[in-house]
Design a protein around this ligand. Structure first.
Ligand code: NDP
Length: 244
């Protein structure tokens, strides 16, 4: 079977995507940065569905970690898919308050990490000549700008969007599709990670569907974009924001 690499596969959208991809018969290589136990628990759920799994420590901001992640993924089988999911938000600041360390951190993970992973995946897919599919996890913030809280994050996700557009055209001739999802307000730990769990409640009334989304609701769209059902979709952006 074909191997799907999911970065940040231990929790939130990455974990939900891994489980949904296992249900669609993908073998899974789950990358994690810090929480091995969480990633192993997700891998166990996937293995229970009859697919092969591997769990690999990889900080996506570290180029050598990413290279090793794909070496280990290949040991499972041919890599035909990547979900560039790992991402961070830095604590709320205006642009006037940002330090260079904030920018290095958020761009290191969200932009350098996405580029390193996309590059390694494309190299393997081009070498094998069998095509593949990449889904980048962007954000509605790339379009909305997140003024007053996360403009640095929004700009990093706009870079992910440009990666999606450009790479899709570069590798279309190799049978590799590259798309992005732009989640809106999704119930995961990312909000608490920057001390703002209340954001989910505060912003819910601004969502036309009237509630935050779930990680499973994002995962379903990602797995569809990876699937043969999306065989004519590349360079596309799928907003999953409840209409916001
Ligand atoms: P979580 O905070 O729940 O999960 C983030 C994941 O990224 C964790 O698995 C974490 O791994 C991993 N991660 C963080 N930094 C690194 C790193 N340097 N190297 C490898 N892995 C890393 O957040 P979500 O599930 O919500 O976020 C997933 C993606 O969705 C992100 O790209 C985020 O920007 C995007 N998104 C989320 C939205 C939301 O409202 N939740 C909205 C729009 C986009 P570990 O646990 O091992 O540290």
């Amino acid at each position: 079977m074909s191997v799907l690499v999911v970065t940040g596969g231990g929790r939130g959208i990455g974990a939900a995507t891994a489980r949904a991809a296992a249900a669609a018969s993908w073998d899974l290589c789950l990358g994690y940065r810090a929480d091995r136990a969480a990633a192993e628990a997700v891998a166990a759920d996937c293995a229970a569905l009859g697919v092969q799994t591997a769990v690999v420590q990889a900080d996506v901001a570290m180029e050598m970690d990413v290279i090793d992640l794909f070496v280990q993924a290949e040991e499972l089988g041919p890599v035909r898919g990547l979900v560039n999911n790992a991402g961070i938000v830095t604590p709320r600041k205006t642009v006037a308050e940002l330090e260079s360390e904030d920018l290095e951190e958020v761009f290191g993970v969200n932009v350098f990490g996405a580029f390193f992973c996309a590059r390694e995946a494309v190299r393997l897919m081009q070498r094998d000549g069998e095509g593949g599919a990449i889904v980048n996890v962007s954000s509605r913030a790339a379009v909305l700008g997140s003024p007053g809280e996360y403009v640095d994050y929004a700009a990093s996700k706009a870079a992910v969007d440009a990666l999606t557009t450009g790479l899709a055209k570069e590798v279309a001739g190799d049978g590799i599709r590259v798309n992005a999802v732009r989640p809106g307000l999704i119930e995961t730990e990312i909000h608490a990670s920057v001390g703002r769990p209340e954001r989910l409640v505060e912003l819910a009334p601004t969502v036309p569907l009237g509630r935050p989304g779930t990680a499973d609701e994002v995962a379903g769209a990602i797995v569809w974009l990876l699937s043969p059902a999306a065989s004519y979709v590349t360079g596309a952006f799928l907003d999953i924001g409840g209409g916001r």
